[in-house]
Design a protein around this ligand. Structure first.
Ligand code: SF4
Length: 605
């Protein structure tokens, strides 16, 4: 099939074996690329492995849309069995490494085993080598990127783990290009466990598409359509920070560890402050709506901001100063720590301190203490040791009811939306297949605009529609969802692009079916790998059911537990799962997952 490089590169770091395999057309048709390839490979090849052992595998996967001359297509998916959650984990990252990987002739890299010594993988078209990396080990992700660029040139795609990944911190990410991050559920720790500091990719080939002329023409039209959108100029000024004011006005800004949804210092740090402090913009390759906004942090260095990291390292820890938030964000990027999980851990620590559950006295908004905590967490030392596997494990250790306000689902910390008064988004977090993350179904904007307080079946249907498009299609294609989500770029472009690239037409029905196949396989992976997995894993924390915000326009409102149960039951029914959340045999077989259903005899509903 056209549009793919066609090969999977397999590297075993235990024995140094490097091999190249053809990717079959059936794999391309049934799983498309990116997340689809990743979950299929993990299902087939990783069984009951300790995530930080040599038995686990780390997948870097592009899709047919990756690296093409179409909007925002510089993405790849990084996936593995997660050391943070124990289940399926992945994340997308926009990086030149995705573009160069396909140019080098590979759609996917599978890293297996564990190197004895620190190393990096060097891919230069067909030449692939494992190189010793003693001089890189211990370096932060900015320093290591500089050293590798010096050695291999700036025209290299570089993926890195930071010191946090080397120290096996559960929410360490994979970083690239001084600020691009991906793989929230500990993909950086899996790299660290394999002693793989980096992957450096140089590719000079090109991808053969089915109809290159048509693709070029449609790509140009797509870029022009994005530029012509009515909110394009505003987006370019604020990027995802345009959501900050909106979230505060709608009482869903994560504030004081999600106790509140409105932050009294929001005007000190919203999108308009970003505009005033603007010092540049950064983003992923092939994107004409780059969303990384650069300001000078409180130490005078450049730092990149987006809504999620400002929400979590600002209001969620009670800090209302944007340059200080930018510095914390830069530190997280240097260490290779996920900013959402980090902000959640720091917010939890501040609340635990206020309640007297830990000995340390750390007040809300304490900037110096937050810096110290980032270093301790990155090293896994001091208080950081307790939080090196996230708030779920820390709360289980601390006990005393703190699990109720450990803001996570399935072990992954919740992204920057407070859901006391957004039941649909609470369900989106509850059912997200990697743990609580907004990338699967950002239903909150639709919910607030259309139907905020109801708990009905159409809302659940809408949630599944978002999951199919965002978590199924975009993550596998592999392309950024933000043109569609943020400036209303026509979603119908994508099947057109896919057809010009591969030569095969996929209807939306086919695309939804693909999304369902991927979601069901991810679900099956969780069930196989996590013995206690089931319905109880699909709930947000008790804080949203039992407490209410103390002020603002959503004061007094909380998620109704019984009604949440009803929505979750509808969700299972619509997905073709039983009421324990286990896929039915006919659901799996109807999606062409017969082998999966057979392997799971006794577990499938
Ligand atoms: S919109 Fe942002 S995340 Fe998406 S491709 Fe562009 S820069 Fe990357």
């Amino acid at each position: 099939m056209k549009g793919y490089a066609g090969k999977l590169l397999r590297v075993n770091l235990s024995n140094g074996k490097i091999s190249k395999e053809e990717i079959s057309d059936s794999m391309k048709r049934d799983f498309l690329g990116g997340r689809g390839f990743a979950v299929k490979l993990l299902w087939d090849e990783v069984r009951h492995a300790d995530p930080l052992s040599e038995k686990n595998k780390l997948i870097f996967a592009t899709g047919p849309l990756t690296g093409q001359s179409i909007p925002s297509s510089g993405k790849m998916v990084i996936a593995s069995k997660s050391p943070l959650t124990g289940g399926y984990g992945d994340g997308n990252i926009g990086t030149m490494a995705s573009v160069y990987l396909k140019k080098a002739g590979y759609d996917v890299v599978v890293v297996e085993g564990k190197s004895e010594k620190p190393c990096y993988l060097l891919i230069e078209d067909e030449n692939v080598r494992i190189v010793e990396a003693f001089e890189l080990w211990g370096k932060n992700t900015f320093e290591a990127q500089d050293l590798l660029e010096k050695k291999h040139g700036k025209n290299s795609g570089i993926l890195l783990t930071g010191p946090a990944g080397e120290n096996l911190i559960g929410f360490s990410t994979v970083m690239s290009q001084r600020g691009r991050a991906g793989g929230r559920p500990g993909m950086g720790a899996v790299m660290g466990s394999k002693r793989l500091k980096a992957i450096v990719i140089k590719g000079t080939g090109s991808i053969v598409n089915f109809d290159e002329n048509k693709l070029q023409e449609m790509g140009k039209k797509g870029y022009a359509e994005i530029k012509g959108k009515s909110n394009y100029d505003f987006w370019m000024k604020q990027g995802t920070m345009q959501a900050f004011d909106w979230a505060n006005e709608n009482a869903c800004l994560p504030t004081y560890n999600y106790r509140e949804g409105v932050f009294e210092l929001s005007k000190e740090m919203d999108g308009y402050v970003v505009e005033k402090l603007h010092a540049g913009r950064k983003g992923c390759p092939l994107c004409n709506m780059q969303c990384g906004h650069i300001i000078r942090d409180s130490s005078g260095q450049e730092a990149e901001l987006d809504y999620e990291n400002v929400g979590m390292l600002g209001p969620n820890i009670g800090l209302g100063n944007l340059p200080k938030v930018a510095l914390l964000n830069r530190m997280a990027d240097e260490w290779g720590l996920d900013t959402i999980s980090l902000g959640s851990c720091i917010g939890f620590i501040m609340e635990a301190s206020e309640r007297g559950l830990i000995a340390e006295k750390i007040k809300w908004g304490d900037f110096e203490a937050a810096q110290k905590l980032i270093i301790e967490i990155g090293k896994g030392e001091g208080l950081g040791k307790l939080f090196s596997h996230g708030v779920k494990v820390a709360a289980e250790t601390i006990g005393k009811g703190s699990q109720k306000w450990a803001m996570q689902v399935k072990g992954l910390e919740i992204s920057a939306y407070n859901c006391h008064a957004c039941p649909g988004m609470a369900l989106a977090f509850g059912t997200s297949p990697i743990g609580a993350h907004h990338k699967e179904a950002w239903i909150i904007a639709w919910e607030i605009a259309n139907d905020r307080f109801s708990y009905n079946k159409p809302k659940v249907e809408k949630l599944i529609e978002f999951q199919r498009i965002r978590g199924g299609f975009f993550e596998s294609a592999t392309v950024c969802r933000l043109p569609w989500v943020e400036v209303s770029f026509g979603v119908d472009w994508y099947p057109e692009y896919l057809e010009a690239i591969t030569g095969e037409r996929k209807s939306w029905e086919d695309i939804y079916r693909l999304g369902d196949r991927i979601y069901n396989l991810i679900r099956a992976f969780w069930i196989r790998e996590v013995p206690s997995f089931g319905r109880k894993w699909d709930y947000p924390p008790d804080r949203w059911f039992e407490e209410t915000q103390s002020g603002g326009k959503m004061k007094g409102i909380k998620v109704d537990r019984e009604k949440y149960e009803q929505m979750l039951s509808w969700y299972y029914e619509l997905r073709g799962w039983d009421q324990k959340g286990i896929p039915l045999k006919e659901t799996l077989e109807g999606l062409g997952l017969r082998g999966v259903s057979q392997e799971m005899i006794g577990q499938v509903g």
